[in-house]
Design a protein around this ligand. Structure first.
Ligand SMILES: NC(=O)c1ccc[n+]([C@@H]2O[C@H](COP(=O)([O-])OP(=O)(O)OC[C@H]3O[C@@H](n4cnc5c(N)ncnc54)[C@H](O)[C@@H]3O)[C@@H](O)[C@H]2O)c1
Ligand SMILES: [Zn+2]
Ligand SMILES: [Zn+2]
Length: 348
């Protein structure tokens, strides 16, 4: 059977193609009919050629909500008709990395959807290790809000807030006000930081950051961001600096923003090497962390979204039918011009 899907054909090339509908290949697989999906900054990195291991012909996408269409004989937790959140990270739950909740490095999974196997920007997707890679969607759950749990909310939280060890009263600077940086903002607020400074060059996204709880926003286009953060923090710098862009310039800016004893938590996917300025940092007692999201906190974050502690719906800027995925990519790739944040693609 044939379905439609967003297919990568090499750097700069995607199209909305006919592809065979996926089928159960392993007993632990589920086939999910996609009802809601979205586009990630990482998809744009793939499109730019920053993630060269992605093969031409690959269906992109690693975020979705859907309805289970079929399960393999070994799937116990889900059955046909169940509504599910697809995690961007696939976990076998049995390998050494999974046993320590580092699902990002699962020997048989990790970030494979829309990367090394076909992804979720399609009518149907095959989800390996379904029992431990899907989450049940609670009855009446808002798909637009909950699709953010596939990737960006756990990413902002785990790679930014947890790795940065945000504490009550901390000053936090987030470089990058894209969906991931804003997810770090929403989840950092759970820890009551004294300052939440968001830095970007896109005024529309800075306005969004303000409405989502940033105490200050800085447009770094004038090259003065480090001085401004220094002034805002009494000359000390920020206790936690979160990199949510993925460029050498922004990683280097983070190093200028960090207070002595502070933490730099990198989230951005980097396609090029960036300089680590040890000549200034060696004596500043800083910690630098990197992480691929594990999605180990998704069950907890699900409760926080359902209770209203986190409201990711404020990140939605555009809505399209799934069949308009090409238009959605065009708008997301020109986010500043289009005032775009998170795009919702639906097929009901
Ligand atoms: N580590 C992980 O597991 C993980 C998971 C998901 C996404 N990511 C990465 O997180 C990053 C952010 O994702 P996103 O979806 O929010 O991407 P995005 O492209 O929508 O957002 C990036 C933001 O950075 C801003 N920006 C660009 N250049 C800048 C500069 N020189 N100075 C200041 N701001 C600048 C842009 O205006 C934009 O708002 C990406 O690199 C993405 O690949 C990492
Ligand atoms: Zn992503
Ligand atoms: Zn595993």
């Amino acid at each position: 059977m044939i379905m439609k899907a967003l297919v990568y054909h090499g750097p700069g090339k995607i199209s909305w193609d006919e592809k065979p509908r996926p089928t159960v290949q392993e007993a632990t697989d589920a086939i999910v009919r996609i009802t809601t999906t979205t586009v990630c900054g990482s998809d744009l990195h793939i499109l730019k050629g920053d993630v060269p291991e992605v093969a031409a012909g690959r269906i992109l996408g690693h975020e979705a909500i859907g309805i289970v269409e079929e399960v393999g004989a070994g799937v116990q937790a889900f059955k046909k008709g169940d509504k599910v959140i697809v995690s961007c990270i696939t976990s076998c739950a049995k390998c050494d990395f999974c046993r320590k909740a580092m699902y990002s490095h699962c020997r048989r999974g990790g970030w494979i959807l829309g990367h090394s196997i076909d992804g979720t920007q399609a009518d149907y997707a095959r989800i390996p290790y379904a029992d431990t890679s899907l989450h049940a969607l609670p009855e009446g759950g808002d798909e637009e809000a909950l699709v953010m749990l596939s990737d960006i909310i756990p990413t902002g939280f785990e790679c930014g807030v947890l790795n940065g060890r945000v504490q009550p009263g901390d000053s936090v600077a987030i470089v990058g006000a894209g969906p991931v940086g804003l997810a770090a903002l929403l989840t950092a607020r759970l820890y009551s930081p004294s300052q939440l400074i968001v830095i970007d060059q896109d005024e529309n996204r800075l306005t969004a950051a303000k409405s989502l709880g940033a105490t200050r926003t800085i447009n770094s286009a004038d090259g003065q961001a480090a001085e401004k953060v220094s002034t805002l923090t009494g000359g000390m710098g920020a206790d936690v600096v979160i990199e949510a862009v993925g460029l050498p310039a922004t990683f280097e800016l983070c190093q200028q923003l960090v207070a002595p004893g502070g933490r730099i938590a990198n989230i951005g996917v980097h396609g090029k090497s960036a300089t680590l300025h040890l000549e200034t940092l060696w004596c500043r007692n800083v910690t630098l962390t990197t992480r691929l999201v594990d999605t180990a906190t998704t069950p907890m974050l699900l409760k926080a979204v359902l209770s209203g502690l986190i409201d990711p719906k404020g990140l939605v800027s555009h809505r399209f039918p799934l069949a308009d995925a090409m238009k959605a990519y065009d708008i997301f790739a020109n986010a500043a011009r289009e005032k775009a944040l998170k795009l919702i693609l639906t097929a009901h």
